[in-house]
Ligand binder design. Structure first.
Ligand SMILES: Nc1ncnc2c1ncn2[C@@H]1O[C@H](COP(=O)(O)OP(=O)(O)OP(=O)(O)O)[C@@H](O)[C@H]1O
Length: 256
């Protein structure tokens, strides 16, 4: 097995007396971009948190490279894996530069001062996410889309080999959506991201995993997952799917 990449091996997780993630198998090969699809409540966010090692599985193992993530320290995990989840509350009144700088913490010995390299990484990640002009602003004053880009910058500042994103485009305007997904697709990072937009997912992901009631309903290249029948069965929506240059495109007709 490779040292990099992320593997969920028959992972389940129960909460509130029911199975939320049910026997999920997922392989994110090094450098690949995996899209997690599924209706509201199908378990995407829960699975991402399990992949990040933030909660113990009820059964099954998540492997970060060769290691069981449950046996790794948070700091070791944070040196290689970054998660951007849906809502990240910030208690204090930090500046944007402070928030992005949080991404550097796992790379510094405890109590060590900010290094010149930390500052350089923060600048670079702000430039990549077009948040440079916001660096001196209070984070709490930013718009939803600006905050989202800052959180992506914070995750990139961790210099992760694995990046987990929960609906990273939901606050972004169309240009920033495209820029973000192009950035992720081009990065060497192994990325798993939950997306609601089937067309964006089909265009920008190497592989898709479609969840339904916590189980994997379909997995594979976009053409195998974004099909008229699966969209109808899993999302209860009638749609027309055309394939252009190997990429499926969905036109939604009506809710069934
Ligand atoms: N801690 C918890 N206790 C009880 N139920 C939970 C818990 N966390 C999640 N759930 C339930 O598990 C299901 C899956 O939730 P999850 O947030 O993973 O879905 P999702 O696919 O990310 O949904 P969405 O598209 O709406 O963001 C939901 O029904 C949710 O209410």
């Amino acid at each position: 097995m490779s040292r990099q990449g992320l593997h969920a091996d028959r992972v389940s997780w129960s909460a509130g007396g029911r199975v939320v993630v049910d026997d999920v198998h997922l392989v994110a090969a090094p450098g690949s971009t995996i899209g997690l699809l599924g209706p509201n409540g199908s378990g995407k966010s829960s699975l991402l948190r399990l992949l990040a090692g933030l909660r113990p599985t009820s059964s099954g193992v998540v492997r970060l490279g060769e290691e069981d993530v449950a046996r790794m320290s948070r700091r070791t995990v944070a040196r290689r894996l970054a998660l951007v989840d849906q809502e990240r509350s910030v208690d204090t009144e930090p500046s944007v530069a402070d928030v992005i700088g949080l991404g550097r913490l796992p790379h510094r010995p405890p109590w060590a001062p900010v290094s010149a390299r930390d500052v350089e990484v923060v600048r670079r990640c702000a430039a990549t996410t077009r948040t440079e002009h916001l660096l001196e602003r209070r984070y709490s004053t930013l718009s939803g889309g600006e905050r989202q880009r800052v959180q992506i910058a914070r995750a990139l500042a961790q210099e992760p080999t694995e990046l987990l994103l929960d609906e990273p485009t939901n606050h972004l305007d169309v240009r920033h959506q495209l820029e973000l997904l192009a950035l992720v697709a081009a990065a060497e990072t192994t990325t798993v991201m939950a997306l609601h937009d089937l067309n964006l997912a089909a265009e920008h992901c190497d592989q898709l995993v479609l969840l339904q009631h916590g189980r994997v309903r379909a997995a594979g290249p976009p053409t195998a997952v974004v099909t008229r029948d699966l969209v109808a069965e899993v999302f209860d929506v009638e749609a027309v799917v055309t394939v252009d240059d190997g990429t499926p495109h969905v036109r939604f007709l009506r809710a069934r």
